[in-house]
Every structure is written in C-alpha cells, then in structure tokens.
Design a protein around this ligand. Structure first.
Ligand code: RNT
Ligand code: ZN
Length: 411
C-alpha cells in the first residue's frame, strides 16, 4: 500500500493524515542526556549513586562532554522532527576544579548552550540531588541536619538560575524537574517530619526570583527505590499536594507506581487540576528498572491520553537508562517508539469513539478500537520519516552499528 492509499483509507474514518504529519512534527520530546553515560555526569568517575542504579557494562559510553554531545547529535539525526535535550546538573562542564553543586551557575553550562544554539535544540534541566557525599543517610532536602538542607536548597536555587539562563539564551521555556531520592529503607518512626522539612526546603528554593514564563518547575513523585523500600518523602500524595498548593506542575514517571496501576488513567485528573502535565516516559520491568521504552500497551495508553487531551498541554520527557545495550541505539529506539505511539493515537478517530462511549454503544466501541489498530500506520510513518529525511525502517540500526564500530568502540 502506498501513502496515498493509506491517506484515503484513513480519510474514510475521518482521519486527516496530512494534519497528523504536521501535528506530530510539532511535538518536541525532551531526550535525556543521561542515557548516554549511565547517569554518570562529569563531576567524578564514581558513577550514579543514591537512588539511581544502572545495570550493564556495554562498551563505548561517553565519558567527556564532547563525546556526549557527539552521541546525542548522532542519535538526533536518526529521529524525525525537532527535539529538546534534558540535562542534569551533574553534567556541568568544569575547567580545572569541579565546582560544587551549591555553587553551580550558567558558567558551567555555557558550552551546552552554545552547542544547543547551533543545533536548534531546546534545553530542559534537573537539579541533581544524588551521586554526592552530601546525600546523608539517604536524605537531601529533608535531612534533619540544617547544614545539609541548606546545601541542597542552594543547589536548587542555582539550578533555577541555570534554567532561566537556558530559556533566555535559547528563547524557549525550560522545564526544570525536581526529584530527590529521600527516604528510608525500613519503617520510620516519623513520617511527617521529613515531609515538613522537604516542603520547607522547596519553599526556600522557589522563593527565589525566577521568570515564571521562562522557567517551568515540575516535581516528580516516587513510590520506592532500592534501599528506600519503606518510605519515600516525595510520595505521590506529597508531590500532588505540594505542587497543587504552590502552583507548580507535578511530574508523572511511568516507573514510579505500583506495577498494576494504570499510569495513563492519572493523566486526565492531573490535567484538570494542574492545567498541564509533565511526564517521564519510562518502562518498569518488575520494578522501576528504567528499561528502554517499547511500543507496549502502557506506552500506547499514555500516548492516547496525551493526544486526546492535546499534546500542547504536556511536557514529554524520556527517562530510562540501559547500560547493557548500545546507548545511542537506546535513544533512537525510545524516541522513535514514543513518536510512533503518538502517531498511532493521532491516526485514531478519537471523536467518533468518544461518541460511541457517550451513546453507550460499547460493542461498536470495542470492535472499532481493535479494528483501527490494524489500519495502515506503517505507510504514514514512512511518509513522516521521508519528509523528515530520516530512515523509516530498521535501516537506522546499521548506521548506528557503523558509528559504534568507527567511534564508540574506539573510546
Ligand atoms: C529517579 C527519577 C529521576 C531520574 C532522573 C535521572 O527514579 O525517575 O527522574 O531518573 O532524574
Ligand atoms: Zn523520572
């Protein structure tokens, strides 16, 4: 079947494929720099710790800023559309001495901004509340030690400044996501105190002046972590309550809920009460394992909700890190999978299905939901890639494998 045949078939069910091609091209996805080096960053050679865990030892990872930028560029060239890059504070670029987290500023991120400007990427940001000796007894913003809290508060404040710098320089609002690993391995005797301290620390951070049009803070919840099995300070309820009352956005990470929970179902409620939804698209396998996202039912359901409620109301960021496979391939596959699921959702006559739901026509709804899954998506995807001048099929893997042989394995 050709694209024009597919276009006709979709037109019969009221779907305008040309509009889909245009709309999908306008959805930026924030690609996480940390898939490139197992959340290592450039401060020490120690790797990720304090609630972040990667598994695998695949060769070729980026160990310098130039390598990481080069790998991101390589991946982006195989992904249709224009996208954003999501940086973490631990990816600051330091001259001779590493500047500690409480003193970071635009200076350490200048090369990233220059690079992003040249390439046309927007930048998003994250303070790094892990992989640092000031994570004491697993706590940062909620530590009972005021000095530890002060250190992390200062870090948060500096990060807001960096986010504002990104947004101003690149003329594009910067989403800055706050996630802290704070929690306890075993049952605490005081569940309230750490939460009060975390709320107070965050209040001190957000008291800083920042341009609310340019800097968009989001706050991410989590159910548990390895070594933090019994209690997380930033639980779902805590984050919802804090974000709602302070008028910032809450962020949903697909790996941060009980595995039987339907994360997609949460989106409509978030949208109603926050106006916008921030997302970490991830794939938990038995736990918050951060596997590369697949075209599975969870991703499909999330993409459907995003499309039904209008992609403009979402901040879509990827968050996974697999160190057991080629890291560049992991980026390309995940980004394309996200786009494919968004496209599938856009190619669905959502208004028609909604009307069937409202009319109580559940048989037709079920049958059509299933039958539409087999419409010629592939041709529309191929057309999308053709117009974006990237390979539509698995041919991109060979390109990555050549890059791996010529560049990655020589590191
Ligand atoms: C951790 C959170 C958090 C991190 C990144 C690196 O469980 O998902 O978003 O993955 O900040
Ligand atoms: Zn996350």
């Amino acid at each position: 079947m050709s694209y024009s045949d597919a276009k006709k078939k979709y037109a019969k069910i009221g779907v305008d494929t040309e509009k889909v091609l245009k709309d999908l091209a306008a959805i930026p996805i924030s690609m996480h720099c940390w898939q490139g080096d197992d959340v290592g960053g450039f401060e020490s050679v120690g790797g990720a710790s304090n609630g972040i865990q990667t598994t695998g030892n695949y060769p070729g990872k980026a160990t310098t800023p130039d390598q990481l930028m080069q790998d991101i560029d390589f991946a982006m060239a195989l992904i249709p559309g224009r996208h954003r890059v999501n940086l973490h504070a631990c990816y600051g670029i330091h001259k001779d001495k590493v500047v500690d987290r409480d003193k970071l500023g635009p200076e350490q991120f200048k090369p990233w901004v220059e690079w992003a400007k040249k390439r046309g990427y927007g930048l998003d940001f994250n303070p790094t509340f892990f992989s640092h000796p000031n994570v004491v007894d697993g706590l940062t913003l909620s530590s009972p030690d005021p000095k530890i809290r002060a250190f992390w508060v200062k870090h948060g404040i500096q990060c807001l400044k960096i986010a504002e710098y990104f947004a101003k320089e690149l003329k594009s609002p910067c989403a800055i996501n706050f996630w802290a690993p704070d929690g306890y391995k075993d049952e605490p005797s005081d569940r309230l105190g750490p939460r009060q301290r975390m709320a107070d620390s965050l209040d001190r951070i957000f008291k800083t002046k920042y341009d609310k049009k340019l800097v968009v803070p989001t706050f991410e919840s989590k159910l548990f972590g390895i070594g933090v099995e019994s209690y997380t300070v930033g639980s779902h309820e805590f984050v919802m309550g804090y974000a709602q009352s302070r008028k910032i956005l809450a962020l949903l990470d697909m790996g941060h809920f009980h595995l039987s929970e339907n994360v997609a179902d949460k989106i409509s409620s978030f949208l109603m009460f926050f106006g916008k939804v921030a997302f970490h698209i991830s794939r938990p396998v038995r736990w918050d394992s951060d596997h590369v996202i697949r075209q599975n039912d969870d991703l499909r359901a999330a993409a459907q909700e995003i499309v039904r409620m209008g992609p403009k109301n979402f901040i879509i960021a990827l968050d996974y890190f697999d160190a057991s496979i080629c890291r560049v391939a992991a980026w390309v596959l995940g980004m394309r999978n996200m786009q494919k699921e968004l496209m599938k959702a856009m190619l669905t006559p959502n208004a028609q299905l909604k009307a069937l739901q409202d009319a109580g026509e559940f048989t037709s709804q079920l049958v059509l939901q299933e039958e539409y899954k087999n419409y010629p998506f592939e041709e529309v995807w191929a057309e999308f890639c053709k117009r974006a001048k990237v390979v539509a099929d698995e041919g991109w893997l060979k390109t990555v494998q050549k890059y791996e042989k010529d560049v990655l394995l020589k590191r």
